[in-house]
Ligand binder design. Structure first.
Ligand SMILES: [Zn+2]
Length: 69
């Protein structure tokens, strides 16, 4: 499996803001805490944004579906 890096920061600002705020953290068990250090990539044909939970720092991954983009 190879990760294909994408440039998250080439997205429009409002999309970046949306992805960075609409999160789910498995540690906090809470939605929309926000994330930092976003990294976008494609893995096995699926697109993901990975970052760190703003509250606890756990790595969180959001899978992007076409409707979101
Ligand atoms: Zn958290």
């Amino acid at each position: 499996m190879s990760k294909e890096q994408q440039d998250f920061f080439s997205r429009p600002q409002e999309e970046q803001d949306a992805f960075l705020s609409q999160t789910w953290c498995n540690e906090c068990m809470e939605a929309d805490l926000g994330m930092t250090d976003p990294e976008e990539y494609i893995l096995d044909g699926n697109r993901y944004v990975e970052g760190k939970c703003k509250r606890c720092g756990t790595s969180i991954v959001t899978e992007l579906v076409d409707e979101d983009i």
